[in-house]
Design a protein around this ligand. Structure first.
Ligand code: FES
Ligand code: MG
Length: 590
């Protein structure tokens, strides 16, 4: 409590109680009186704990945090800290145009400024919707004050006509049914709305559930935090315990640099494979790692490729978030990985203990939901890392490859895992929407749909557009998915066997820029090669032609973003930001 001795003086003292600076201290102090804080509290030497509030009417996935913050405050006060709540830049995955991805770096950058420029000694990072988790962790690790992640939790399970309907997955399925003429637009909307029955973030193992589980795998959340559904009573209890724990972390000076190590990031990579997690985890983990001064690259994802799928949750499996929570959530998955020797149990966590200690007794009681490592839902379920003459890096989520797709494309006797397909190239999603059902394109079962202009610079922001549906004519014949390829991303809730996150993107001269409709593309999942079968002389001739045009920037941030962003393989971060590390060590001038 307040009589405890901190490992080092809290930085907020420099604002409120620095010797010889009573004039400045008076200025800093007096306006906090507006809501009843006393000078004695702020000058008591107790830690000031920020609550980085990500919930708002514009961030509905995280809106539960507006209520949870009260329990966080209770926990902070209970343990002797002083809570100060402030808003973060909103990120709403499904609604932000031209894509929410452009705001991950903006939210990161603005949170860095807040944590560095105000008297905050430690912070509770409230997370939920996809990019809110990596943005917060990127910022906290750069400033390097003690930080803990509190997920808002997923929505309750959705039900429609007696079936589980999950966030996103129901949209992709209904989109195919609508195109095939099997449902009406009203039926489409009914099914989509049924998937969102309560407060919370996506209830599938989409990017939100993946990234909150990743936060746990990194050691940045209390054990079990990620999976508790938003409306459950345990969510408020977790908020209280998280508030209590961050005060101790402030006294212990348990900063992110002690937790976010290469070992903890490799634990996160392993967890994503076992979870059947979102392909967006790849750029987000790269980004968080680089901001923490750690490199996580293609070889690390390739090394986790052989990890099996353990979690039976949509889109790779059957169930949704409530059952995942009851089955033990992230700790039960990490427990399996630890038993199998695929997790570093020595990695330090926010509990102050190593990961292995947090996982004691966490074996899942529900083996239909979380499978034993030795009896998985699918072998080798990590991301397949690809390269070739069209890109230096791309990934494919193998855990969502259906049996039908495997039989059609990857099972030719003598050539298992190899297929060749004719490229049909779209320049961005307007072009795709305008032409996908155009019979003159001649799209059939031996086509691969390609989209370019969808990367960080081209879009701008990198868009979730690679999971393209087949033309209506093919859907009516029962062909529910075609191979796809693109320099954009796809939703973490998509079940499309896409080749995505291709880097470098076409807008910066990547190989997709010279690809033409009619070119043959060969994928070999045995060797990790993906090439256009176009000869060198022809490639050289096409490279001399002007690249496909990209839209001009529409806002100041888009221009700044484009000028600073890297490619998806290295996390699409603001490259000039990386030279700033451990900012809290230097308190800003008065
Ligand atoms: Fe926000 Fe999925 S749209 S969590
Ligand atoms: Mg998304």
């Amino acid at each position: 409590m307040s009589s405890r001795i901190p490992a080092k003086p809290f930085r907020s003292r420099d604002w409120f109680a620095a010797p010889g600076h009573i004039d400045m201290a008076a200025l800093y102090l007096e306006r906090f009186m507006n809501y009843g804080i006393t000078p004695a509290e702020l000058r008591s030497g107790r830690p000031i704990i920020g609550i980085a509030q990500s919930g708002s009417d514009l961030s509905p996935c995280n809106r539960i945090h507006l209520d949870l913050a009260q329990r966080v405050r209770d926990g902070i006060r209970d343990a002797g800290g002083i809570p100060i709540e402030f808003p973060t830049h909103p990120i709403f995955e499904n609604c932000r145009r031209p894509t929410a991805a452009i705001d991950r770096n903006l939210s990161f950058m603005t949170l860095v400024e807040i944590l560095h420029g105000y008297p905050i000694d430690a912070v509770v990072l409230t997370t939920g919707c996809d990019k809110t988790t990596p943005a917060a962790i990127m910022a906290a690790s750069m400033v390097d004050i003690p930080a803990i992640v509190l997920s808002g939790g997923p929505m309750l399970d959705g039900w429609h006509e007696g079936e589980l309907v999950g966030s996103g997955t129901v949209i992709w399925r209904s989109r195919r049914k609508l195109a095939a003429g099997e449902i009406t637009e009203d039926e489409f909307l009914d099914a989509a709305c049924a998937s969102a029955p309560s407060p919370g973030h996506c209830n599938t193992m989409g990017t939100a559930s993946t990234m909150n589980a990743v936060a746990e795998a990194l050691g940045m959340s209390l054990p079990g935090c990620a999976a508790i559904p938003a409306p459950y009573r345990e969510r408020g209890q977790m908020a209280f315990e998280t508030g209590r724990r961050i005060v101790d972390m402030a006294y212990e000076d348990l900063a992110p640099s002690k937790i976010l190590t290469r070992a903890s990031f490799l634990n996160a990579v392993a967890a994503v494979a076992a979870l059947g997690g979102s392909t967006n985890a790849q750029p987000h983990i790269a980004a968080m790692a680089r901001h923490a001064g750690v490199e996580i690259g293609p070889a690390d994802w390739a090394a986790a490729y052989d990890i099996p799928l353990l979690v039976n949750m949509q889109p790779a499996g059957k169930y949704l978030g409530e059952r995942f929570h009851r089955a033990g959530g992230a700790p039960a998955v990490l427990w399996e990985l630890l038993q199998a020797g695929r997790l570093d149990g020595a990695a330090l966590t926010v509990t102050g203990k190593p990961m292995a200690a947090n996982l004691e007794g966490r074996e899942s009681p529900d083996r239909e939901m979380i499978r034993p490592y030795a009896d998985p839902l699918m072998e080798r379920a990590g991301f397949l890392v690809l390269k070739g003459n069209l890109f230096d890096f791309a990934i494919m989520k193998t855990s969502v490859i259906s049996d039908e797709f495997r039989a059609r494309y990857l099972s030719e006797p003598g050539r298992e895992g190899v297929f060749e397909a004719r490229a049909v190239v779209f320049d961005g999603s307007d072009d795709y929407h305008a032409r996908i059902d155009d019979p003159s394109l001649g799209i059939d079962e031996r086509s691969i749909l390609v989209i370019r202009g969808a990367g960080p610079v081209g879009w701008p922001g990198s868009a979730e557009v690679v999971n393209m549906r087949p033309p209506a004519e093919l859907l009516k014949r029962g062909v529910t998915s075609l191979p796809t390829l693109g320099d954009g991303r796809q939703s973490g809730t998509a079940d499309s066997p896409s080749i995505l996150n291709a880097a470098p993107e076409s807008a910066v001269g990547g190989g997709l820029a010279w690809l033409k409709t009619g070119d043959m593309i060969r994928l070999d999942i045995n060797t990790g090669r993906c090439d256009a079968l176009v000869d060198e002389a022809e490639i050289a001739r096409r490279k001399a032609e002007p690249p496909p045009p990209v839209p001009t920037s529409a806002t100041p941030w888009q221009e700044i973003y484009r000028a600073t962003v890297g490619q998806l393989d290295t996390g699409a971060v603001m490259e000039p930001a990386l030279k700033y590390q451990r900012l809290a060590a230097k308190t800003p001038r008065h």
